[in-house]
Design a protein around this ligand. Structure first.
Ligand SMILES: Nc1ncnc2c1ncn2[C@@H]1O[C@H](COP(=O)(O)OP(=O)(O)OP(=O)(O)O)[C@@H](O)[C@H]1O
Ligand SMILES: [Mg+2]
Length: 419
């Protein structure tokens, strides 16, 4: 191979993309169509520090992909710009509580962000009250308004409690020069029930709801992003509408619509096509669905994987209809063979309901059984694909072969018992 040949063809200008980065979820667009109302309300609430007052705390919720993170980052950016112009100390700190998920981490991250590299507190090890005092001292060292965005705040609260929210929503009474406002973002509206009532009322001083986008709104959003992302004429007519329609059916998720468009573009590029077609969108949809399923199966608890594996064995043996009794018996044997205590039929029934909720299996109630309510279960994904996913999982690998052999012998009998 001659020098430069390996990468030669890849460095040519793409026929399809002009700037693929514009379609990435992390890209913050300059315009957010159909979020004018939310942007306006948030801007009004957060504008108080421009007049030297403390803004209220805000609780924001809406389903995934409805533009919560993008809107807050956008408004905060504008507010900071305006603050600099008016020479007001306004600082926004963005925390993703999925990662920054303990009281210690939150306080340490805030403190270090305020210290701005001049010095730092350790990311672990200090007594929490010392850390809190340090945070207060650093924060109050100058006159300013700190706006703390706690994105995906439910992830932290459900796991680790709401102590730090308690700290932060009360902190103003301990400050002389600085002021604090907290913006909590969640895609679970029920999450506030987990909160201490005092935190709930304080965080929810102002509430902002982000409704799902409909297909037409999603189309506008895509159009805006696509105009910079693709070469002129690279999209076949109807591509944007099809992406928008798919995403609208799945609770109006803009991230999903953008992913579809990006993946469709990548597929067409990979095959050297001149344009992105409706067929590329259809295949992109299938690919994303498959990726989603892989992720769901990968993150299942191990008992659910065992249950799914048992169901897979039965289906692979040719059973078209599998009843709950049959799958329980298979599960019991698989567990025993792995040296595990099988869960009770009741618990397994719960796991099965969860698998159904996640879309991995479907069930149908058969009322005909002598023993009462039996369900019939079917897999929602091809056996080959499921086998690949489960085999890729170290937990099942050593047993797969022997279990399959046993399954092929056909020596299992089903009690047919209902549960
Ligand atoms: N109105 C809009 N205009 C342009 N792009 C948008 C708009 N709303 C959302 N997006 C884009 O869609 C993607 C998802 O939006 P965002 O991350 O803000 O959703 P979210 O509500 O925070 O979702 P989650 O609850 O999953 O965190 C991002 O790439 C964002 O830039
Ligand atoms: Mg978000």
């Amino acid at each position: 191979m001659r020098e430069g040949e390996l990468f030669g063809s890849w460095t040519e200008r793409s026929q399809i993309f002009r700037n693929r980065e514009l379609l990435r979820p992390s890209y913050l667009p300059e315009r957010l169509p159909h979020r004018e109302e939310q942007i306006g309300r948030l801007a009004r609430i957060l504008s108080f520090p421009l007049r030297g007052e403390t803004p209220s705390n805000v609780f924001i919720y809406g389903k995934t992909g409805t533009g919560k993170t993008a809107t807050v980052r956008y408004v905060l950016g504008e507010l900071e710009k305006m603050g600099r112009k008016l020479n007001r100390g306004i600082k926004g700190i963005y925390l993703n509580c999925e990662r920054v998920n303990t009281r210690y981490r939150v306080l340490a991250t805030l403190t270090n962000s305020l210290l701005n590299g001049t010095s730092s507190v350790p990311t672990t090890g200090w007594p929490i009250d010392v850390l809190y005092e340090t945070f207060l001292r650093v924060l109050d060292s100058e006159e300013r308004v700190l706006i703390i965005v706690m994105d995906e705040v439910d992830r932290m609260v459900v796991k680790k409690g709401d102590e730090v929210l308690y700290d932060l929503t009360r902190v103003n009474s301990e400050l002389e020069r600085a002021k604090v406002s907290v913006i909590g973002i969640s895609n679970d509206a029920r999450f506030t029930h987990y909160l201490d009532p005092r935190v709930r009322s304080s965080l929810g001083e102002e509430e902002l709801v982000f409704p799902p986008y409909d297909a037409l709104q999603l189309r506008d959003i895509l159009e805006e992003r696509a105009s910079g992302a693709f070469q002129p004429g690279a999209l076949e007519g109807g591509v944007l509408s099809l992406c928008a329609a798919h995403a609208a059916r799945e609770h109006g998720d803009a991230r999903r619509a953008l992913d579809l468009l990006r993946v469709a573009g990548e597929l067409s590029e990979q095959e050297g096509a001149m344009r992105v077609t409706l067929e590329h969108v259809r295949r992109a949809y299938e690919k994303l669905e498959e990726d989603k399923m892989v992720e769901i199966v990968r993150t299942l608890p191990s008992q659910s994987k065992l249950l799914l594996f048992s169901l897979l064995l039965l289906v692979e043996r040719g059973a078209e209809k599998v009843t709950t009794g049959e799958v329980y018996e298979a599960y019991r044997r698989v567990s025993l063979q792995k040296g595990l205590d099988p869960l009770t039929p009741r618990r397994v029934s719960d796991l099965l309901s969860e698998l159904e909720m996640l879309g991995v299996v479907s069930t149908r109630i058969l009322n005909s059984g002598r023993y009462g309510r039996t369900k019939e279960i079917s897999l929602n994904l091809p056996t080959r694909q499921l086998r690949k996913m489960l085999e890729g999982d170290g937990m099942l690998l050593p047993h797969t072969v022997s279990l399959l052999r046993q399954a092929k012998l056909g020596g299992w009998e089903w009690t047919g018992e209902a549960w």
